[in-house]
Ligand binder design. Structure first.
Ligand code: PHE
Length: 335
């Protein structure tokens, strides 16, 4: 009788090892733990044993029942769990792409501007963002008392040190080190004490351009700016120059491009004028040459500025400068 109990137990564990499908699980239950299963049938042996053996057999049968039931419950659980896990893998789903970084739209446009100017024979120069008064103002023909200092809302670190308000100080640094001919651009960050709004940010990006040689004329400046406009925005974009004032250039101009949205026809963006203001330019002032030791009787040159953020806004059709600097991934991943 007790061997019978052992046999059932052994057979159950053998069968349990072979379970593969949920059908197998159910079959196992019916075979051993069902109403007419092996365990139930074994209890009928109770009727056949002598009274003095009944307690022992009863105990053995109950133990068998509990052991198999417990094991079966765990088996059932495990089976469900692995089944669920398998169901969450949908092999028809396309794989997930890993998130990779990308270039900021300002950096992309800066790269494009550099490529265009390199193609026009310019070299790329760099200068510090924390500048001396001398490079940011003095050497650019803006003495301490000059009213033109009001044109730029300067962020001062102390009386003599500023966050550069434009990229023009790089002109001075390069000319101090090199003799003409000079043909350079200097892209970089600049700072002004502006209250941030849709079109103003306390820092933004400029590209400075400078060409110095014998017999450089305003016509050369116009030619280079036009070549840039055509390569950046298309051959149908016209450029115009309007008289203006900068202490470091004489004559000075501001230049506009045809509106890149309506191509000069007039639209909401250009306020129906057909033109968009880009930046300032002009012929290098003799006092700037004197500050770096170039002879203004021998050399002439032109300089121009360019707003990178401005150009990026036109290129990507963005109407606020702030979105560039908020680092919102949802914005940045669109470019
Ligand atoms: N530095 C001027 C500005 O920031 C732009 C400029 C550059 C004008 C070179 C003339 C020549 O507004």
């Amino acid at each position: 009788m007790f061997e019978e109990v052992e046999k059932i137990k052994k057979a159950y564990f053998e069968d349990a090892k072979k379970v593969k499908t949920s059908d197998d699980v159910e079959k196992l239950r019916i075979k051993y733990l069902g109403r007419k299963g092996a365990v139930s049938s074994a209890f009928t042996m109770m009727e056949e044993v002598p009274n003095d053996k009944k307690p022992m057999l009863g105990k053995a049968l109950n133990q068998l029942k509990t052991e198999l039931e417990n094991h079966f419950a765990t088996l059932q659980q495990e089976f469900k769990a692995s089944l669920n896990k398998r169901e969450t893998i949908d092999l028809t789903l396309p794989g997930r792409k890993p998130n990779t970084g990308r270039k900021h739209p300002i950096a992309q446009v800066e790269d494009e501007i550099k490529t265009i100017f390199k193609g026009l024979g310019f070299v790329v120069e760099d200068g510090p963002e924390i500048e001396n008064d001398f490079y940011n103002f003095e050497a650019l023909n803006i003495p301490k008392s000059h009213p033109a200092r009001d044109m730029q809302d300067t962020l001062y670190i102390n009386d003599d040190i500023v966050l550069r308000t434009h990229t023009s100080p790089v002109q001075i640094r390069v000319m101090e080190k090199k003799q003409p001919p000079v043909r350079m651009i200097a892209p970089g960050r600049v700072y002004r004490r502006d209250t941030p709004d849709a079109t103003h940010s306390p820092f933004f990006h400029q590209v400075e351009g400078l060409v110095v040689d014998k017999d450089i004329s305003f016509a050369d400046l116009k030619g280079v700016i036009e070549a840039f406009a055509h390569r950046m925005f298309g051959k149908d974009i016209k450029v115009r120059f309007r008289p203006s004032f900068f202490p470091f250039t004489e004559p000075s101009a501001e230049y506009d491009f045809n509106c890149v949205f309506c191509r000069g026809q007039g639209c909401r963006v250009c306020k129906q004028t057909g033109w968009i203001e880009i930046s300032g330019a002009g012929m290098v002032h003799p006092n700037v040459f004197r500050a770096v030791g170039y002879d203004p009787e021998i050399y002439s040159g032109y300089a121009f500025g360019m707003g990178i953020d401005r150009i990026a806004m036109l290129k990507f059709d963005i109407d606020g400068i702030r979105t560039f600097f908020e680092n919102d991934i949802r914005f940045l991943t669109q470019f």
